[in-house]
Design a protein around this ligand. Structure first.
Ligand code: G6P
Length: 611
C-alpha cells in the first residue's frame, strides 16, 4: 500500500507527480505529499486525499524538474499532516518517501535519539531517513553508499525514493518487498509503484527487483545490488492502454469494472477455451501438467476476495480432479511453519501480485521445495515473477478498491485450469467436460444479460440501505459467493455483514434473525436447491427479510423472498461467475446511496504490501 511517484527530466515535475498520485490513490489515501527541488528542496503534505493536498498548496511555488510524491495508507502513526510523506531529514537537505514497514525502526530510533536526533513524526520512514543521513555524516561517504549501508541494517519491507537538495540531478530508489517500476523516456525517467502513472508517457519500463538500488538521472538509469555491483536493467514493454485506467464515462471505477466483466471474462477465456475442438490451452498448466495432476495435495494461498476465489477453486478441483485441496489465508499459512510434502502444489491467487502476506508465504513455501503456480492479474508483479508457472487473469487494471472483475477473472482461470487438469487425469467424463466448456463460453453473454438492467437492484439497495447488519447465505459453490457478497457490502457500505454456509446458519447466526435483518440467499438452481429453499423458509418463519439471487424462471423463490435478483441458468460449477454479479451491484448501490466513496472506502487499500 502507499503509492509512490517520482519524476526527473526536462518537464515540470509537479503536474506529473500529482497526476501519478491520483492514479495510485487506490493504494492508500489518508494523506498525500510531494517534494520538489528547484533551487531549494520544498516539501508539501496534507492529511486527506491528493486533491486536498493540491488545494492546500495552490499558489505555492511548485517548480522544479525533479520531484517525488506519496499517497499514504497509515502504518506507523495516525493519518495527519506531520505523519504524511515526504519526510525531511534533520539537516533539511534530504527528502524521502517510503512504502512498506521498517520492523527494527524502534532500535534505530533509540540509537539516533541518543545521538541527539529529534523526530517530528511517528513514522518509521523518518527514522530510516535520518539513519541514512547519520551514516553519510559519520562515514563521510556519498548518499548512495550511505543508503546501501542503511539498507543492509534494516529489517522489513520498503520501496523508497530519496532526493538530496545538493544533488538535484539524481533520484535514488530502492526496493525490497514493495513494488517499483521505472519508466524510460527521452531525457526523462518516471518512477512509480505500478505502471499506471507511467503509461501515458512511455511504454518502456524496468521492474526493479528486491535488494536493488536505482540511481536515476534524467538521461541515465543505473541499477546496483547492495554490494555496489552494477546489474543490467531488463527493459520490458508495457502491454496496457491508457483508456484501461480511466473511468470511461462511468461515475466510479467500481461500476465501470462491474460492467467490464462480459469483456474481461471473454478476454480471459479468449484463445484458451476452444469448446468446438474440445480443448483448453493454458501454457503454464500444459508445461506442468504432471506436477499438477499428480500432486498429493494442492494448497491455495490468498487473501481477501482472492481467498474467496480460492474456496471456489477448492470445490472445483476436488470435484473434477479428485485431488485434496486446502485453502489458506496467506497471513496464517506463512507463520505456521506449514507442512509441505514433496510434490505438493501451491496455487497463489492474487489480483495485484504484490500482497505482502501472500508473497512471503510463497517465498517460504518455495524455499521448502513447493511448486508454485500463480493466478495473478497484474502482469510482471512480484508474485507473477516468483511463481514457477502461472496463468494471468487478463482482467485489465482494477482501480476500484473493492475487487470485482479480478474475482471473476480468477474464477474463469480456475475453471479452465480445473477442467484441463481433470481431462488430463481422466477424472471427468468427456460429456461433462465438453458440456462445461460450452457453459464457460456462454458466461460473458450471460453476465451481459444481468448487467443490461440493474434498476431493480438499485431499488433493493434503496430499500435496505439503512439496515445495520446483513447475513449472506449460500451452499456448495455459492457458499464462497455468499462470503464475497458479505465482504463487498462491508467494504463499500460499512454495514456489518457476515457470510455463512446456509446450513450452518442454524448453529448460531439464526439467533440474529428478526424483522430488521436482511438475509441474502444465493439460491440458484443447483443440487442444493431444495435444501436452500428450506433454509429460506426457516428465515421467513422468524420474520427475517429475505433477498434472493435466483435462477431466471424460478417460480418458487419469488413467492417466498421479499426481493429477488435473477441470473441466467448455468451449471453450478460455473455458477459463481454469475451469482456474484448482483451482489457486487447491491453493495455498489448501497454504498452509493449512503453517500460513501465507493472507489476508496475508508481504511482500505487495494494493494496491501504490509503484513
Ligand atoms: C486487499 C484488497 C482486497 C483484496 C486483497 C487481496 O485487502 O482491498 O480487495 O482482495 O487485498 O489482494 P490481492 O491483490 O492479493 O488479490
Amino acid at each position: 500500500m502507499c503509492g509512490i511517484v517520482g519524476y526527473i527530466g526536462e518537464r515540470q515535475a509537479y503536474p506529473i507527480v500529482v497526476k501519478g498520485l491520483k492514479r495510485l490513490e487506490y493504494r492508500g489515501y489518508d494523506s498525500a505529499g510531494v517534494a520538489l527541488i528547484d533551487e531549494h528542496l520544498s516539501v508539501y503534505k496534507k492529511k486527506g486525499k491528493v486533491a486536498d493536498m493540491e488545494e492546500a498548496i495552490v499558489g505555492q511555488h511548485l517548480g522544479g524538474h525533479v520531484g517525488i510524491g506519496h499517497t499514504r495508507w497509515a502504518t506507523h502513526g495516525e493519518p495527519s499532516d506531520r505523519n504524511a510523506h515526504p519526510h525531511r531529514s534533520a539537516s533539511g537537505k534530504l527528502a524521502m518517501i517510503h512504502n512498506g514497514i521498517i520492523e527494527n525502526y524502534m532500535a534505530i530510533k533509540e540509537e539516533l535519539t541518543q545521538k541527539g536526533y529529534h523526530f517530528s513524526s511517528d513514522t518509521d520512514t523518518e527514522v530510516l531517513l535520518n539513519f541514512i543521513e547519520d551514516i553519510r555524516v559519520n562515514n563521510a561517504c556519498g548518499l548512495e553508499e550511505a543508503l546501501r549501508i542503511a539498507l543492509k541494517r534494516i529489517v522489513g519491507a520498503y520501496c523508497i525514493l530519496l532526493i538530496d537538495e545538493d544533488d538535484p540531478d539524481t533520484i535514488l530508489a530502492a526496493r525490497k518487498g514493495s513494488p517499483l517500476v521505472i519508466g524510460i523516456g527521452k531525457n526523462e525517467h518516471f518512477l512509480a509503484s505500478d505502471a499506471s502513472p507511467i503509461i501515458e508517457y512511455t511504454k518502456e519500463v524496468v521492474y526493479v527487483n528486491d535488494y536493488q538500488v536505482a540511481i536515476v538521472k534524467k538521461d541515465e538509469l543505473v541499477l546496483k545490488n547492495l554490494g555496489n555491483e552494477k546489474v543490467t536493467p531488463f527493459i520490458t514493454k508495457l502491454d496496457m492502454e491508457l483508456a484501461a485506467i480511466e473511468k470511461g464515462g462511468y461515475d466510479h471505477f467500481m461500476l465501470k469494472e462491474i460492467h467490464e466483466q462480459p469483456a474481461t471474462i471473454f478476454d480471459c477465456l479468449r484463445g484458451r477455451l476452444l469448446p468446438e475442438a474440445g480443448l483448453i490451452k493454458m501454457g503454464g498448466v500444459e508445461a506442468n501438467i504432471d506436477a499438477l495432476i499428480n500432486a498429493p495435495r494442492i494448497i491455495i494461498v490468498a487473501c481477501g476476495t482472492s481467498w474467496h476465489a480460492g474456496l471456489v477453486a477448492e470445490y472445483l478441483i476436488e470435484e473434477t480432479c479428485r485431488i485434496p485441496v486446502e485453502v489458506e489465508y496467506a497471513s496464517e499459512f506463512r507463520y505456521r511453519n506449514p507442512i509441505i510434502h514433496p510434490g505438493d502444489v501451491i496455487i497463489a491467487i492474487s489480483q495485484s501480485g504484490e500482497t505482502a502476506d501472500t508473497l512471503v508465504a510463497l517465498e517460504n513455501a518455495k524455499e521448502k521445495g513447493a511448486f508454485i503456480f500463480g493466478i495473478v492479474n497484474s502482469v510482471g508483479s512480484s508474485i507473477a515473477r516468483l511463481s514457477h508457472a502461472g496463468a494471468y487473469t487478463h482482467s485489465g487494471p482494477e482501480i476500484g478498491v473493492a475487487s470485482t472483475k479480478a474475482f471473476t477473472g480468477q474464477l474463469a482461470v480456475i475453471s479452465m485450469m480445473a477442467l484441463k487438469m481433470a481431462a488430463a487425469k481422466g477424472t471427468i467424463t468427456t460429456e461433462k467436460y465438453t458440456e462445461l466448456l460450452f457453459e464457460l463460453q456462454a458466461i460473458p453473454e450471460k453476465v451481459a444479460t444481468i448487467l443490461k438492467d440493474t434498476s431493480h437492484i438499485e431499488a433493493i439497495a434503496e430499500k435496505y440501505k439503512d439496515a445495520s447488519d446483513f447475513l449472506f447465505l449460500g451452499r456448495g459453490y455459492n457458499f464462497p459467493v455468499a462470503l464475497e457478497g458479505a465482504l463487498k457490502l462491508k467494504e463499500i457500505s460499512y454495514i456489518h455483514a457476515e457470510g455463512y454456509p446456509a446450513a450452518e446458519m442454524k448453529h448460531g447466526p439464526i439467533a440474529l434473525v428478526d424483522e430488521n435483518l436482511p438475509v441474502v440467499f444465493v439460491a440458484t438452481r443447483d443440487r442444493f436447491y431444495e435444501k436452500i429453499v428450506s433454509n429460506v423458509q426457516e428465515i421467513k418463519a422468524r420474520k427475517g427479510k429475505v433477498i434472493c439471487v435466483a435462477s431466471e424462471g424460478d417460480k418458487v423463490i419469488p413467492t417466498m423472498a421479499d426481493d429477488t435478483m435473477f441470473v441466467p441458468d448455468a451449471d453450478e460449477l460455473v455458477g459463481p461467475l454469475l451469482s456474484v454479479i448482483p451482489l457486487q451491484l447491491l453493495s455498489y448501490y448501497v454504498g452509493l446511496k449512503k453517500g460513501y466513496d465507493v472507489d476508496k472506502p475508508r481504511n482500505l487499500a487495494k494493494s496491501v504490501t504490509v503484513e
